[in-house]
Design a protein around this ligand. Structure first.
Ligand code: UD1
Ligand code: MG
Length: 455
């Protein structure tokens, strides 16, 4: 079944008390709306539309950064959920298949639930996702007639008897795309809010002799984010789930409650994660690697058997091959580190390529930035970079080459060569002892002068 995803994200989200649109606030290291996109991707949606309004430019840009295939459509004025869906019609001209409507601020819908809705489409023309919350509050109510959904009534428009219904509307709907647009176009705004309610399509479908049905899910899945407190609670729920999933997948977490994941974190089997590790977006760690305590990783790939940290920082573009060692207070950015290479202490490696088996001594820095442009450092295989080497890029160090400790390397080093780039050492016999004596005498003199002044 071909499916298009329509994610509604035009609302202001005023209760966030933010200058940023609500759906750009982050959950699991990615903007809120990205969670709805991911659920749709898991369903295999062929086309994804994002309806934006408040801060539309910003949201649109973020969406295209995340996934260039997302079609962003604008709803200039927010006149209700049916009005929002109508904006997607043009972009889906000629599309044949189902459309599913999700909300950008509702991140926890499971792909399995969407799959169940798809299956229910065999029995109904319109399928609505319903749930029974602990407190039905102001949710729209689902008015059932046996197994059929008769209509949805918004809380503001509901009678007392309707408000007593406990089955509520999540807002998620699935129907044939052409039908959805045709029904949404027929919706009026004669209601308590003067808005075009998408919920009205159920009754309209009934009048056309079509059937609507309900798939139920847990309340936790339909949780929408409206305030910072709800965002914080959602983050906690997201992390709890991600940790449980990692353990389930065969990852060891020594202190699960101190490890933080992003939506797209991928950890292989037998990966060990020590306490206090943060995974930003875009991290993959292969089988058997160990991420030691207090490390921060984002946009990077860690090969099998590698050891990272403690206190390491892997930034976007860090590519560690198998069995690499990255030690304490080391930062790696946009750099490929070959099999078994070691960068163990106090180093910055950025815009670089390091060959297999090479050892980078403590305190080494790739000086990649000249204040205007970035330059690359290339180091060959089985090379030895002495401690405190400054590699002034662009520069190349060959295979099995060495640099002397404390060198400032500004010229390429051929294969097998030793590069010395530092001042020659001079020893002055007896100098130190004489200097110490002179300094101690000076200190004693100053002490006596001080005493004289105080008397
Ligand atoms: C909606 C449902 C209600 C349901 C509830 C579940 C309608 C009429 N009501 O109510 O039955 O119980 O969700 O949370 O659909 N949006 C737009 N453009 C608009 C209006 C809304 O993009 O013009 C987006 C919002 O950004 C939000 C979503 O649609 O992501 C839902 O809108 P919201 O105003 O929260 O609807 P509710 O009143 O909560
Ligand atoms: Mg709402």
């Amino acid at each position: 079944m071909t499916t298009a995803l329509i994610v509604l994200a035009a609302g202001r989200g005023s209760r966030m008390k933010s200058d940023r649109p609500k759906v750009l606030h982050e959950l699991g290291g990615v903007p809120l709306f990205a969670h709805a996109l991911a659920a749709g991707r898991a369903l295999g949606a062929e086309r994804t539309l994002l309806v934006v309004g408040h801060g539309g430019d910003m949201v649109g840009r973020a969406a295209r950064d995340l996934d260039p295939e997302v079609i962003v459509v604008e709803q200039a004025e927010q006149r209700g959920t049916a009005h929002a869906v109508r904006q997607a019609r043009k972009a889906l001209t000629g599309f044949e298949g189902d459309a599913v409507v999700l909300y950008g601020d509702t991140p926890f819908v499971r792909p399995q639930t969407l799959q169940a809705m798809r299956e229910a489409r065999a029995r109904h023309d319109v399928v609505v996702l319903g749930f029974e919350p602990a407190d039905p509050g102001r949710y729209g109510r689902l008015v059932m007639a046996g197994e059929r959904l008769e209509r949805i009534v918004e809380y503001r428009d509901a009678t007392e008897a309707e408000r007593a219904i406990t089955l509520c509307n999540s807002g998620i709907v699935m129907a044939d795309a052409e039908l959805l647009f045709s029904l949404a176009a027929a919706v009026g705004n004669d209601n308590a809010s003067g808005e075009y309610y998408l919920t009205d399509i159920v009754e309209l479908a009934g009048r056309r002799g079509l059937s609507a049905g309900v798939v139920r899910c847990e309340e936790a899945e339909t949780l929408g984010i409206n305030t910072r407190a709800e965002l914080a609670a959602a983050e906690a729920a997201f992390q709890a789930r991600a940790r449980a999933q990692a353990l389930e997948n065969g990852v060891t977490l020594l202190a699960p409650e101190t490890v933080f994941f992003a939506l797209d974190t991928v950890l292989g089997r037998d990966v060990v994660v020590e306490p206090n590790v943060v995974f930003g977006p875009g991290v993959t760690v292969e089988t058997g690697a160990r991420i030691r305590a207090f490390s921060h990783l984002e946009g990077c790939h860690v090969g099998a058997g590698a050891i990272v940290g403690p206190y390491a920082r892997l930034r976007p573009g860090a590519e560690l091959s198998n069995d690499v060692r990255i030690g304490n207070f080391v930062e790696i950015k946009n750099a490929q580190i070959g099999d078994g290479a070691k960068v163990n202490h106090l180093s910055y490696i950025g815009d670089a390529e390091i060959g297999a088996g090479t050892n980078i001594g403590a305190g080494t820095v790739t000086c990649n930035y000249d204040g205007v442009m970035k330059h690359r450092t290339v180091i060959g295989r089985r090379a030895f970079i002495g401690s405190d080497t400054m590699l002034v890029a662009p520069v190349t160090v060959g295979d099995e080459a060495m640099t002397a400790s404390g060198s400032v390397i500004t010229q390429d080093v051929p294969d097998g060569s030793l590069a010395l780039g530092r001042a020659r050492q001079v020893n002055k016999p007896g100098f130190a002892r004489r200097l110490f004596e002179r300094l101690k005498a000076a200190r004693a003199r100053r002490g006596r002068e001080q005493q004289d002044r105080e008397q």
